[in-house]
Design a protein around this ligand. Structure first.
Ligand code: PEP
Ligand code: MG
Length: 322
């Protein structure tokens, strides 16, 4: 099996009936890019920039950030790199921001909510990203978007910083795709409206599942409700993918579900364009997809959407392997 995976390192990901999907990797630091290339990643689908901000006593400067983003873009040699702007809060804290404790941090002041209020912090990150954009294929995405207004505000700040940089004579790419993570049910439900304004979606199932099922992703006692294969989740995923395609945009997924062998046949059938996962899952996933017919998986997904329980969906998927 390992030998088979090795052979798949340099090839594109294609289903048995010849449909190409992109397998990208999730990374947390520039050093992780080595593993992405070694495992034949077709891009970075999620660069979690939180780690740049953690484990230090003050905010990282624009130059510190610029160097990190530039390194990742250069090492990826022109392959697409989706950088997620700061997603702090929830389970990830930054002591030096001195934020008040909250009763429900996962429902609180986090990610884009914080960035839109602490605008200087956000502008610094956006400037670093824009300056780095000329070193590769940069895509920017905003986390935890709940409303169109949030996306529009974040985009406006990005465009302001872009104009400022240009006025200063700094080179900035004009090809940067701008997308959002779909992690909140309201955004999945209004995906048709978002799709008119964004360049892409990346579905963050780690959070989308916890918010849809109202089951804390860290709480063992309710983990039985944390159900990636629940038809409700699959229907939301479908809404997002269909909405993107209707507007000629692409839809990816960067939650754990994207690399899950039981979910992959369903996601292929639902039409997902990009799967972003831990680097070590890429070759097994490529091998799995090469043996699946997209047309057949479309039928499988259609059946799954009509199931009543997650267990029934799992049974349905397991049956194709027999
Ligand atoms: C997600 O929510 O699915 C996701 C990829 O973001 P994180 O796991 O960093 O919250
Ligand atoms: Mg998330």
């Amino acid at each position: 099996q390992i030998e088979e995976w090795k052979k798949l390192r340099g090839v594109q990901t294609t289903s048995k009936d010849g449909v190409h999907v992109e397998l990208a990797a999730n990374i947390g630091t520039p050093n992780d890019v080595v593993g992405v290339m070694e495992n034949g990643g077709e891009g970075v689908g999620l660069y979690r920039t939180e780690f740049l901000y953690m484990g230090r006593t003050e905010l990282p400067s624009e130059d510190v950030q610029f160097n990190a983003y530039k390194t990742v873009l250069e090492k990826m040699e022109g392959k697409p790199v989706v950088v997620r702007t700061l997603d702090i809060g929830g389970d990830k804290e930054l002591p030096y921001l001195n934020l008040p404790k909250e009763m429900n941090p996962f429902l609180g002041f986090r990610a884009i909510r914080l960035c839109l209020e602490q605008k200087d912090l956000f502008r610094t990150q956006l400037r670093a990203l824009l300056r780095a954009s000329v070193y590769g294929t940069l895509r920017i995405m905003f986390p935890m978007i709940a409303t169109l207004d949030e996306f529009r505000s974040a985009k406006a700040l990005l465009l302001e910083e872009k104009e400022k940089l240009k006025a200063e004579g700094v080179q900035v790419s004009d090809e940067i795709q701008l997308g959002i993570m779909v992690e909140i049910p309201s955004t999945a439900v209004l995906a048709d409206q978002f799709a008119k304004e964004v360049d892409f979606f990346s579905i963050g199932t780690n959070d989308l599942i916890q918010y849809t099922m109202a089951a804390d992703r860290m709480n063992e006692r309710v983990s039985y409700l944390y159900q990636p294969y629940n038809p409700a989740i699959l229907r939301l995923v479908k809404m997002v993918i269909d909405a993107a395609h209707k507007e000629g945009k692409w839809a990816g997924m960067c939650g754990e579900m994207a690399g899950d062998a039981t979910a992959i046949p369903l996601l292929l059938g639902l039409g997902l364009d990009e799967f972003s996962m831990s680097a070590t899952s890429i070759l097994p996933a490529r091998s799995q997809i090469s043996k699946l017919s997209k047309v057949e998986m479309e039928q499988l997904a259609a059946k799954a959407l009509q199931m009543q329980t997650a267990a029934q969906v799992v049974e349905l998927v397991r049956a194709i392997g027999e």
